[in-house]
Design a protein around this ligand. Structure first.
Ligand code: PLP
Length: 459
């Protein structure tokens, strides 16, 4: 029996054979990975029987929480009826058609069409090809440059990682690929903070205009951004940022792409982050929350501006994946979206959970170790600082965020550290009492981090 193996057994086999993503292989093999064996609602259990509150929804994806019977039943039923068929040969399957129809209903009105992929990264690869194809068909093939942002995360394939703005990723594998450039991110805390947040938001957005003028407007195909940067550290942009980005894209005729992989499906209190942040994208990337991570699925919502050109004058679009529109994945996604609708999870985040989390995070923001607390819907960030009055940060080499994360892991809480920014994106099915439980654990871990910093003479 596989599950009678001991933790040590699992760790030895893991170290011998399994190369983990975004991991220092040797360091992990020496340490041994934590083996997660089961989950229910917002909790995980490891192979030692420890219960852990998952404040990251897995990897930003398990929006409806673990153990939802309807999703499990949808997968089981589809596996029995038709576990796979493709959409290449002028064919389709009922779950893929049903999901396409449902997505057209829950996304903003400009979206009537979807292109399916297997993940967020694949979907962003699709986007690169699709926007370039669009401009070819418009008779402007020289419009090929896509503008993204420093510290953006758009996945880990060649195009996804190139669109992303993480220097550590660009250093490995000869990235970015040609025709992708990056401007500054709207990260007020990291700026010199001489401007107000709103002024800074305008300035950061106008970096797009400067880049367009530098490249020549006739060379620029599109701008892509996460409505709220996720992996970059839950960076909620100033309210002025996205409307100004919209104005600039409109003025120069540039396609606007929202990467909604994290912010989609209720996370911010609307179905999509662009609705919360106030802009109207031409294309949207989705993944993660579409299936609540129960099974891999991603895709691109294609707005009418692009769809009409591709459909009316495009001929064959020479692109697709074996698993585009996978029937089991689509069946799970349909069940997931129906569950979100029936349980009114989007409204609950907007009206009840989001405001409650905002209040609790504002209280955590009073903690001596915290220089900035931000939330939007059920995403949140706590910026650790050395000096609360001056907002001076710790030397990044000290890895204080990782120290805090270790206290979280040791105390039954999964919270992620991005540098010294502690972030959460918990399941949307939480109760208010569970938010209290999570916040109490966070506070305890901030106190433990403070104590360790003092004990080691770092504070
Ligand atoms: C996770 C993520 C991706 C990549 O999705 P994968 O399914 O891991 O390929 C793309 N964009 C954003 C904003 C993400 O958070």
């Amino acid at each position: 029996m596989m599950n009678t193996r001991t933790t040590q057994d699992w760790q030895a086999a893991d170290a011998a054979h399994y190369l983990h993503p975004f991991t220092d292989f040797k360091a992990l093999a020496n340490k041994g990975s934590r083996v997660i064996t089961k989950a229910d609602n917002i909790y995980l259990w490891d192979s030692e029987g420890h219960k852990i509150l998952d404040a990251m929804s897995g990897l930003w994806c398990v929006n409806v929480g673990y153990g939802q019977q309807e999703l499990i039943d949808a997968a089981t039923k589809q596996l029995k009826t038709l576990p796979f068929y493709n959409s290449f040969f002028q064919t389709a399957t009922p779950p893929a058609i049903e999901l396409a129809e449902l997505l057209a209903q829950v996304t903003p009105p400009q979206f009537k069409h979807v292109f399916f992929a297997g993940s967020g990264s694949e979907a962003n690869d699709t986007i690169v090809r699709m926007v370039r194809r669009y401009w070819d068909l418009q008779g402007q093939p020289q419009r090929s440059v896509i503008v993204s942002r420093i510290n953006a995360y758009h996945g880990s394939t060649m195009a996804g990682a190139s669109l992303g703005g993480m220097s550590g990723m660009h250093e490995q594998g000869g990235l970015p690929i040609p025709g992708i450039v990056h401007i500054e991110q709207p990260f007020w805390f990291e700026s010199d903070r001489k401007l107000s947040r709103d002024e800074f938001g305008l300035k950061a957005a106008r970096a797009l205009e400067a880049k367009i003028l530098e490249l020549g407007a006739d060379k620029v195909a599109a701008f892509i951004g996460e409505p709220i940067q996720g992996a970059g550290g839950v960076i909620v942009p100033p309210a002025t940022y996205w409307p100004e980005i919209q104005r600039i894209c409109d003025q120069y005729g540039i396609l606007l792409i929202a990467d909604e992989v994290i912010t989609g499906f209720g996370r911010t209190g609307h179905w999509f982050g662009c609705e919360t942040l106030g802009f109207k994208p031409d294309l949207m990337t989705f993944a993660k929350g579409v299936s609540s991570g129960y099974i891999p699925l991603g895709g691109v919502m294609v707005g009418e501006r692009v769809a009409r050109t591709l459909i009316d004058k495009g001929g064959e679009f020479a692109h697709g994946y074996t698993y585009s529109g996978h029937p089991v994945a689509c069946a799970v996604a349909v069940a997931n979206i129906k569950l979100i609708q029936r349980e009114r999870l989007v409204e609950r985040v907007r009206e009840e959970l989001g405001p409650y989390l905002a209040k609790k995070f504002a209280e955590l923001g009073e903690h001596p170790l915290i220089g900035e607390a931000q939330t939007c819907g059920l995403m949140g960030a706590l910026q650790i600082v050395k000096n609360k009055a001056t907002l001076e940060t710790f030397d990044s080499k000290l890895e204080v965020g990782m120290m805090c994360r270790a206290h979280c892991f040791g105390n039954g809480l999964i919270m992620r550290a991005v540098g010294d920014r502690m972030i959460i994106a918990p399941p949307l099915v939480m109760t208010l009492a569970q938010i209290d439980e999570m916040v109490a654990l966070i506070r305890k871990c901030l106190d433990l981090t403070t104590a360790e910093l003092k004990q080691r003479g770092m504070l």
